[in-house]
Design a protein around this ligand. Sequence first.
Ligand SMILES: *Cc1c(COP(=O)(O)O)cnc(C)c1O
Length: 398
Amino acid sequence: MPISDNAAAELHPETRLIHAGTMRSQFGETSEALFLTQGHVYDDAAQAEGRFLNTDPGFQYGRLGNPTTAMLESRMAAFEGAETCRATATGMAAVTAAVMAPLRAGDHVVAASALFGSCRYIIEDHLPRYGIASTLVEGTDVESWCRAVRPNTRLFFLESPANPTLEVIDIAAVAAVAKAAGALLVVDNVFATPLFQRPLALGADIVVYSATKHIDGQGRCLGGLILGSKAVIEADIQNFLRQTGPSLSPFNAWVMLKALETLPLRVARQAENASKVADWLAGQAKPTRVIFPGRADHPQAAIVARQMSGPSTMIAFEVPGGKDGAYRLLDACRLIRISNNLGDAKSLVVHPATTTHQRFTPAVRAAMGVSDGLIRLSIGLEHADDLIADLEQALAKV
Ligand SMILES: *Cc1c(COP(=O)(O)O)cnc(C)c1O
């Protein structure tokens, strides 16, 4: 499909997020059109044949592609610096396709143990049912990735910063281990956002997003994105998506396409707010620990400085009193609402041990760094002073 002339690679990322991928209909609309259609009609039988043979450029059927979704994919690929992008119905559909499609029974996967709960389910519980073994490693320890490699290792998976502990993995170092092993490296870049971390430039083969988070950024639609080289995406992932059908709704694609225009503005402000809130929290007596990738006391601050161009919009902190202390804080928050979503314009707080990471045993949670007093905070677009005031009165109740 034709990509807008304004998508040239020498333009700045912010400019490409406004223009890249635009396809205008015969009406020359300013804003991108929403093509809410299941399929497309053909001028004649030969054109239909050509579409199926891929000799005639154009769309056929919504499960295989849609003009609005294609605009989102082109725009996101231009921003990420990827050759190609595929959109999916949810972030988990993106992770599942990116991880499962390239693998065969008998293959082996290595993944960081600190993962979003559903990602860990795919690696730890789902893959072994199909004869694909997996090893979970301490992601921040590059040696542990080396030790886990077997002759049949085909894929590495990691999340950095990880949910909810915000531990940061040296992506370039792990990519070098993956390359030496002949394995694909898949990076879930949700917590970093496409603004602050470029895994492909660091050596990853595939980047996945839950577009539900910062890319929508206003708590409306679910969506996912898979980015990488044409060789990697078109080898197995494209066909897996076309045949199994986790297609993104064109309406959701349209919402996210328009949301990309403001992504850098929103994420930059959210990160600025998060820095202020994290610094304030660190200066208080109550939190026993504050973890924020923008702070010099982050455990992997040196790696953050090397591979990220900004902090996250997420903060993790521990309060005294374990679960009871955490509940007191959550229940006292007035402005900041309790929700397990993140990346939203509205600031949200969650207690991972009893929600997102509930299904793990206390021992596994402890190994992942998810203590009973750990709180995860997603910082939104409110005024930072209002967020701090809300936390101040809530912390007083802990
Ligand atoms: C939310 C999330 C996902 C899953 O995305 P959905 O859109 O909810 O399916 C995957 N990875 C990370 C790190 C997430 O935060």
